[in-house]
Design a protein around this ligand. Structure first.
Ligand SMILES: NC(=O)C1=CN([C@@H]2O[C@H](COP(=O)(O)OP(=O)(O)OC[C@H]3O[C@@H](n4cnc5c(N)ncnc54)[C@H](OP(=O)(O)O)[C@@H]3O)[C@@H](O)[C@H]2O)C=CC1
Ligand SMILES: CC(C)(CO)C(=O)C(=O)O
Length: 301
C-alpha cells in the first residue's frame, strides 16, 4: 500500500510516527509539506518526554498520483486548497482520509471527487503540539474514530478500511461516522470558544460562571442537530462535555492557541457550521448564540 500524508503539522507528524511504527514491509509512507526546505527527519517527543528523530520520505506529485490512501491533516479551512493543490491527478481507486475538527468541509468538496473516491473522516482525541517546523510533542493519549462520508461510493473500500485499522493505534471504524462527528462538534462548539474568549484552560469551562452560556449553546446545538436528524439529549451532552473539559483540564484548546498566536481559527467550521445548518432549514435564530460567538472570536484576530 502507498500512503501519503498531506500536512506536516501536529496531527500529520503524530499519525506518520504511529503508522510508521506499524507499517508492514513493502509498504510506502510519505509526507507532503508546504515548506521550502525539507529535512530528512523530524523530532518526535513521546508522552514520557523521550525524543526520537524520525526519518521520513517526502512525497512529490508523482507519488501523490500513485498513492492508495491520502491522509489530509490540515485545518478545516485549508482542506479545499490542499485538494486543489495536490489532488488533481489521483489514482482512480485512491481513498482520501480527512482528519480535521469541525464540519462542513466534505460538503465543500467537488462532486467529481465524492463520486470517484472513498472519502473517510478520521477523528481523534489524541493531543499533539507542533513546537516548530519538524518538531512535535505527543501531549495526550487518545483514540481515533473513522468512517466513510460517502457511503454510496462505488469503489470497494474494504481493503483500505482494514489497512487503516491495522496501522493506526486505538482506532475504531464506524458505519455511521456522522454521529461521532456531531458529538465532537458539540464538544468543540462549547469548549473552544469559551476558552478562547476568556483566555482560560479547558478545565475552567467547568466554573459556575459559564454554566448559563454552556447550557444555551448545548440547547441550541441539540435543536440544530435535530433538524439534521441527529438526536442528542441535552443533559447527557452536558455531562460528556464536562468530562472532556475535566480530562483535558490543563490543556490550552486549539482555538485559544490560535487566538494567542493571531492565527485564523476553525470557528467557521465549528459554531459557524451550526449557523449554516440553521439557515439551511430557515431557522436562523436556532443557532443565535453560536453565531454571536463566531463574530466575537473573529473580532479577536
Ligand atoms: N493538534 C491536536 O492535538 C488536534 C488537532 N485536531 C485537528 O486536526 C487538524 C489538523 O490540526 P494540526 O495538525 O494541529 O494543525 P497544524 O497547523 O499543526 O498542521 C497543519 C499542517 O498542514 C500544513 N499545510 C497547510 N496547508 C497546506 C498545503 N496546502 N499543503 C501542504 N501542507 C499544508 C500546515 O503548514 P503551515 O503551518 O505552513 O500552514 C501545517 O504544518 C485541525 O482541524 C485540528 O483542529 C484534532 C484533534 C487534536
Ligand atoms: C477537545 C479539545 C477541546 C481539547 O483541547 C479540542 O479538540 C481542541 O482543543 O480543539
Amino acid at each position: 500500500m502507498n500512503i501519503v500524508i498531506i500536512g506536516a503539522g501536529a496531527i500529520g507528524l503524530l499519525l506518520h510516527k504511529q503508522i510508521k511504527d506499524n507499517l508492514p514491509l513493502n509498504n510506502k509512507l510519505q509526507i507532503v509539506s508546504n515548506k521550502q526546505s525539507i529535512p530528512p527527519q523530524y523530532q518526535f517527543e513521546h508522552l514520557d518526554g523521550t525524543l526520537t528523530n524520525v526519518l521520513f520520505a517526502a512525497a512529490n506529485r508523482e507519488s501523490i498520483s500513485q498513492a492508495d490512501i491520502i491522509i489530509i491533516c490540515v485545518k478545516a479551512f485549508q482542506v479545499v486548497n490542499v485538494i486543489e493543490q495536490h489532488c488533481e491527478n489521483l489514482n482512480k481507486s485512491a481513498s482520501i482520509v480527512l482528519s480535521h475538527n469541525g464540519m462542513g468541509v466534505y460538503e465543500a468538496l467537488p462532486d467529481s471527487l465524492k463520486i470517484q473516491h472513498p472519502i473517510y473522516a478520521l477523528l481523534t482525541t489524541n493531543g499533539s503540539k507542533k513546537n516548530a517546523d519538524w518538531s512535535v510533542t505527543h501531549t495526550g493519549i487518545g483514540h481515533y474514530d473513522f468512517g466513510l462520508l460517502n457511503n454510496g461510493v462505488l469503489i470497494d473500500h474494504n481493503a483500505h478500511t482494514a489497512f487503516l485499522k491495522a496501522v493506526i493505534p486505538n482506532i475504531n471504524y464506524h458505519e455511521d461516522i456522522k454521529e461521532k462527528q456531531w458529538q465532537k462538534l458539540a464538544i468543540n462548539s462549547v469548549i473552544n470558544p469559551i476558552t478562547a474568549l476568556n483566555n482560560i484552560k479547558n478545565g475552567d469551562v467547568l466554573k459556575p460562571e459559564f454554566r448559563t452560556l454552556k447550557k444555551q449553546l448545548i440547547d441550541e446545538f441539540v435543536r440544530v442537530a435535530e433538524s439534521e436528524g441527529v438526536h442528542f439529549d441535552a443533559d447527557s451532552l452536558e455531562y460528556s462535555i464536562n468530562q472532556v473539559a475535566s480530562n483535558t483540564a490543563e490543556n490550552t484548546s486549539s482555538m485559544l492557541s490560535d487566538v494567542i498566536s493571531k492565527r485564523k481559527t476553525e470557528i467557521e467550521f465549528i459554531n459557524g457550521y451550526l449557523g449554516l445548518i440553521a439557515n439551511k432549514h430557515n431557522k436562523n435564530r436556532l443557532a443565535k448564540t453560536h453565531c454571536e460567538l463566531v463574530e466575537r472570536i473573529n473580532n479577536l484576530i
